[in-house]
Design a protein around this ligand. Structure first.
Ligand code: DAH
Length: 363
């Protein structure tokens, strides 16, 4: 066999190995076996040095040609295998854009109906030019009662089933606020009229049944100006009720009532229909009590350093949980505070759907 045909056999054998290499690792083995330091072609090339010049003149170009051809074949196969590997990876990692999105934690979470209703109330009154005021849950007797014209020992204090703290060194007992009305006092003490605030927050009374829980939520409203009057009170409340219940018309009925901090005091009923399973606000012949209100009592204004001959105002208070139950049809208040995920999944709201008047309150 001539050198020439030996080289041809080697070329054929290596070419076949290159073609058979199933992956990049196998191809590299072929490369090392042929062109590596101890590879078959490298060994032949190393032999050139020992040849006589005439022989080398023939074998040199042959062997270098073989080396270059094998290297080129390996490169080509290498590119093919890489391409195939990429294609396989693309196929295995294919994203089906028609699949529904898996919900992330933000989308799975739910806003509690109380928070939702607070946001709705805030949106409505903000739109009317009200700002939000706050006060502490732990109140002094003065802010919760005395400043609001509940005289010491007056039976109206008993109506509130107050949670009292143990007396301090001076014998004063703090309370868990029984209503949001103390925020009226704190606001009048710190803000110059005109005042237009609402104060949503937690309130506490020692009471528990289907419609009462020891902790519940109220929203207080207060307007103080030089010419505030009951007509405005009625307008504000009716506008609120229409916006909140998302109806075009509401009927209201103002009944005389007693609250120490307002004079006159009224309870407001809203027209409703109870004939179906749920109460429908804004239609029907029935009435539903919904809030308490009145003109701020002159004693309350005086307690806050405001002259009742100059300033007057109106106030109201309503139960947020009760509004939520009416609007969204839950019938047991205690479930609000059970922290049951299933209840929240059912009655809760999507976290990024903030209620606005233009975008819809509860859409
Ligand atoms: N604070 C009262 C309550 O909890 C509700 C209330 C009634 C608030 C009349 C007011 C008001 O501001 O004017 O029963």
């Amino acid at each position: 066999m001539t050198d020439h045909s030996k080289i041809e056999d080697l070329r054929t054998a290596i070419s076949a190995e290159i073609a058979d290499a199933a992956d990049l690792a196998a191809l590299d083995q072929v490369r090392v076996a042929a062109l590596g330091k101890k590879g078959s072609i490298s060994a032949l090339l190393a032999g050139l040095g020992k040849m006589i010049p005439e022989e080398r003149q023939i074998m040199g170009p042959l062997l270098n040609g073989l080396k270059n051809q094998v290297a080129a074949e390996i490169d080509a196969r290498n590119a093919d295998l890489k391409q195939a590997a990429l294609a396989a990876r693309l196929a295995s990692e294919k994203v089906d854009v028609t699949l529904p999105l898996r919900k992330g934690p933000v989308a799975r979470g739910r806003i509690h109906p109380v928070s939702q209703v607070m946001d709705e109330i805030t949106a409505i009154f903000s739109d009317m030019g009200f700002t939000i005021a706050e006060g502490p849950d732990i109140e002094t007797d003065y802010y919760n009662f005395t400043a609001l014209n509940f005289p010491e020992g007056h039976p109206a204090r008993e109506m509130h089933d107050t949670f009292f703290f143990p007396p301090d060194e001076d014998g004063n007992r703090k309370v868990l606020r029984t209503h949001t009305s103390p925020v009226q006092i704190r606001t009048m003490e710190s803000v110059e009229p005109p005042i237009r605030i609402i104060a949503p927050g937690r309130t506490y009374r020692c009471d528990s049944d289907q419609t009462h829980t020891p902790m519940f939520h109220q929203v207080e409203g207060l307007v103080i100006d030089k010419s505030s009057h009951i007509g405005q009170l009625r307008w504000v409340l009716e506008e609120f009720l229409k916006a909140f219940f998302e109806v075009d018309q509401v009927k209201t009925r103002f009944r005389p009532h007693f609250f120490p901090f307002t004079e006159p005091s009224m309870e407001v009923d809203v027209g409703c229909d109870r004939s179906g399973d749920s109460v429908k606000i804004g239609e029907g012949e029935d009435w539903l009590e919904i809030l308490g209100c009145g003109m701020v009592h002159p004693n309350v204004l005086r307690n806050c350093g405001l002259d009742p001959d100059v300033y007057q105002g109106f106030a109201w208070g309503m139960g947020i949980d009760r509004l939520a139950m009416l609007k969204y049809g839950m019938n047991d208040l205690r479930a609000f505070f059970d922290a049951d995920r299933r209840w929240l999944d059912h009655y809760g709201f999507r976290p990024l759907d903030l209620p606005t008047l233009f975008g819809g309150l509860s859409s």
